[in-house]
Write a protein that binds this ligand. Structure first.
Ligand code: LMR
Length: 407
C-alpha cells in the first residue's frame, strides 16, 4: 500500500530556487543554480540561439514527427566533432556511437544504465565519484544499483585540487572500477587538473584498467575555448581508452529547459572496434527506447543549426566568450572587493577557480546567515554560481561575506 511510502527530502538545489523566487526583498541575490545570468541578473537568450530559432521557423518542412531513437543524426554527428575535434581518429575509425539524450542528466543516466547492465557482468564493480561532485551523480548511479565510492578531489586547505589524494584513491580502487571525471569547469568546486595532471590521471587509470566516464557540462565555459575545454577528453581518446562521455548543451547554449544533450560511447582502437561499437549501439537503442522512446526535437534542432553552419558557429563561440568573460570579470571584482575590505582569509581561489562556480570555503553556518540576513541564496556547501553576480550586486555580496566571516 502507498501509505508505506516515506517522505523524501526536497531537492536542495530546486528547493533553493523556489525559496529565492518567494523572497520579496529587492536586495536578494541568486547564487544557487548553475544558470547564466546577464549583468541585470536576467536569463540570457544567446543571440546565436535567436538566429537559429528564426532560421528553424523559416523551414517549410518543419513538423512534429518523431525523431529516430538515437535522435537527430546531424546533431549527434556534429556533437561528436565539437567534443572530439573535427580530425578525431576515433570518429574516422568509426569507433564512436552517439545518442541524443535529455541533456547531460539523461546522458549520464543512459551511460550508467548501460554500464550497470553490461560492464563486467557478474563481477564486482563500483563507480568512483569526485568528493565533492554534482549532487545528481550520486542519485543517478545509485538508481541503477551501481555502488558509489569517492576519490578525494578538493583540498579544503589549499582550496585547490587534492591531486595526490585523487591519484592515490584511483590507484587503490579495485581494478576495472568506473571513474567519473568532470571534463572541465568542475561542479561544484571550479577546480580543474592541469594538462600535466590529466596525463598522470590517465596513466593511473590505464595502469589499473579502470573505465573512464567523462561528464562534460561546461564546454566553452572554463576557458572560453571549446577545444581547450575538451582537452582532457581528447587526451584520453588519444591514449586509446574505451569510455563514456555525457555532453550537455544546457549551459553553453543556454538551452536549459530544452534538454539538449548527447551520450557518446567510444571504443578503443582495435581491428573490430567498429563492430563492437555497433553492438554497443544496438543495446543503447533498446535502453533508450524503453526509457524515453526517442528524444525531444526542439533544442537539438537549434544546436544542430549552429553546429553545422560556420557563420553561426563563429557567433556561438563569440557568445561563449561573452559569458565566460563576464564571469571572469565578476571573479576579479569580487576578489578585489574582499581584498580591499581586508576580509579575513585569502581569496585567491575566487580568481584561481574557473567556470560557472566558485567553492568559496564559507561554512554552512555562514551560508545560512547569508540567506537569512542578507537574502543571498547559495548551496550549503559554500558553492556560488558566479553568473549570479553582476556589476550592481557584487559589492553588496562582498560586504555580506565580510560580515559573516568576521563573526
Ligand atoms: C547545478 O549544479 O546548479 C546545475 O547543474 C543544475 C542542476 O541540474 O543541478
Amino acid at each position: 500500500r502507498s501509505d508505506a511510502v516515506p517522505q523524501a527530502p526536497e531537492d536542495p538545489l530546486f528547493g533553493l530556487m523556489a525559496a529565492y523566487r518567494k523572497d520579496t526583498s529587492d536586495k536578494k541575490v541568486d547564487l544557487g543554480i548553475g544558470a547564466y545570468r546577464d549583468d541585470n541578473a536576467k536569463p540570457w537568450i544567446l543571440p546565436v540561439v535567436k538566429h537559429a530559432d528564426q532560421k528553424l521557423h523559416e523551414d517549410p518542412n518543419l513538423n512534429h514527427e518523431y525523431l529516430p531513437i538515437a535522435g537527430l543524426a546531424e546533431f549527434t554527428n556534429a556533437s561528436q566533432k565539437v567534443l572530439l575535434g573535427v580530425d578525431s581518429l576515433a570518429i574516422k575509425e568509426q569507433r564512436v556511437r552517439s545518442f541524443q539524450t535529455i541533456s547531460g542528466t539523461g546522458a549520464v543516466h543512459l551511460g550508467a544504465l548501460f554500464l550497470a547492465k553490461f560492464y563486467r557482468q557478474g563481477q564486482e564493480k563500483a563507480v568512483y565519484l569526485s568528493s565533492p561532485t554534482w549532487a545528481n551523480h550520486n542519485q543517478i548511479f545509485t538508481n541503477v544499483q551501481l555502488p558509489i565510492k569517492t576519490y578525494p578531489y578538493f583540498s579544503a586547505k589549499t582550496k585547490g585540487l587534492d591531486f595526490d589524494g585523487m591519484i592515490d584513491a584511483i590507484d587503490r580502487a579495485p581494478d576495472g572500477s568506473i571513474i567519473v571525471l568532470h571534463a572541465c569547469a568542475h561542479n561544484p568546486t571550479g577546480v580543474d587538473p592541469t594538462q600535466e595532471q590529466w596525463k598522470q590521471i590517465a596513466k593511473t587509470i590505464h595502469n589499473k584498467n579502470h573505465f573512464p566516464f567523462f561528464d562534460c557540462a561546461y564546454q566553452g565555459f572554463a576557458s572560453g575555448d571549446l577545444a581547450r575545454d575538451a582537452w582532457a577528453i581528447r587526451h584520453f581518446i588519444q591514449e586509446g581508452f574505451e569510455m563514456c562521455i555525457a555532453q550537455s548543451y544546457a549551459k553553453n547554449f543556454g538551452l536549459y529547459g530544452e534538454r539538449a544533450g548527447c551520450f557518446h560511447f567510444v571504443t578503443g582502437p582495435a581491428s573490430d572496434a567498429s563492430e563492437t561499437a555497433n553492438r554497443v549501439a544496438s543495446q543503447l537503442a533498446i535502453l533508450q527506447r524503453s526509457e524515453i522512446s526517442n528524444p525531444p526535437a526542439y533544442g537539438a534542432r537549434i544546436a544542430s543549426l549552429v553546429l553545422n553552419d560556420d557563420k553561426l558557429f563563429a557567433e556561438w563561440e563569440a557568445n561563449l566568450r561573452t559569458m565566460s568573460g563576464r564571469i571572469i570579470d565578476m571573479r576579479q571584482k569580487l576578489k578585489a572587493a574582499l581584498d580591499k575590505m581586508g576580509t579575513p582569509g585569502t581569496w585567491d581561489h575566487i580568481t584561481d577557480q574557473i567556470g560557472m562556480f566558485s567553492f568559496t570555503g564559507l561554512t554552512e553556518k555562514q551560508v545560512l546567515r547569508l540567506r537569512e540576513e542578507f537574502h543571498v541564496y547559495m548551496t550549503k556547501n559554500g558553492r556560488i554560481s558566479m553568473a549570479g553576480l553582476n556589476s550592481k550586486n557584487f559589492e553588496y555580496f562582498a560586504k555580506a561575506v565580510d560580515q559573516v566571516v568576521r563573526e
